[in-house]
Design a protein around this ligand. Structure first.
Ligand SMILES: NC(=O)c1ccc[n+]([C@@H]2O[C@H](COP(=O)([O-])OP(=O)(O)OC[C@H]3O[C@@H](n4cnc5c(N)ncnc54)[C@H](OP(=O)(O)O)[C@@H]3O)[C@@H](O)[C@H]2O)c1
Length: 162
């Protein structure tokens, strides 16, 4: 599985169930990577999506303990075991773990690549990613050219499991 996230300098990723950083090219990057593939998200991240609608042209998977939760255009699983069993035979699509914090933490052991949009800024946050740059299990494979959107600097970084 591939983890995909945007993070600040402290690996902060969210506040008040919303994202911290906005750059059109980051959204384009997210779309270009995930389109026609599978995206896995937690119930809270799903609820933070515009209109609380599944992402178009992607197989949306949502994790929730709520057995009654039904979402048009998405599949809901209720445990990691159920999720892993459902995705184990998918070979023709990439599987992206798209957050939030609880899902990143739970599914990180199953990811071998992490696409991190690294924002060179700090923001107040209540959700964080594990700092892969300090993890002995991960290495920075490539750092994209630093981009600038209205003074906000960021790069597209790729981490690989060692
Ligand atoms: N920067 C980024 O790239 C990025 C990406 C995505 C999200 N975010 C941010 O992350 C924050 C949300 O993260 P979060 O940790 O609060 O919420 P989350 O991970 O999106 O969703 C948490 C919910 O997922 C369900 N869940 C989690 N683990 C489960 C398991 N093992 N089995 C069954 N259900 C499970 C539970 O739903 P139930 O309560 O229904 O049981 C839980 O309350 C927001 O601020 C969002 O904007 C940032």
């Amino acid at each position: 599985m591939i983890l995909i996230a945007s993070a600040g300098l402290n690996w902060e990723i969210g506040f008040n169930n919303d994202l911290l950083f906005y750059a059109p090219d980051d959204l384009k990057f997210f779309k270009s990577q995930t389109l026609d593939n599978v995206v896995i998200m937690g119930r809270r991240t799903f609820e933070s999506l515009p209109g609380q609608k599944p992402l178009k042209n992607r197989d949306n998977i949502i994790l929730s303990s709520d057995k009654n939760l039904q979402i048009d255009g998405a599949t809901v699983y209720h445990s990691v075991e159920e999720l892993l069993d459902a995705v184990k035979d998918i070979k023709d699509k990439k599987i992206f773990v798209m957050g939030g914090a609880s899902i990143y933490e739970t599914l990180l052991p199953y990811c071998d690549t992490a696409l991190i949009t690294q924002f060179y800024a700090e923001k107040e946050a209540d959700r964080f990613l594990p700092n892969l740059s300090k993890s002995p299990e991960w290495t920075l494979q490539s750092r994209g050219e630093v981009q600038n959107y209205e003074g906000l600097r960021f790069s597209f970084d790729v981490y690989k499991r060692i």
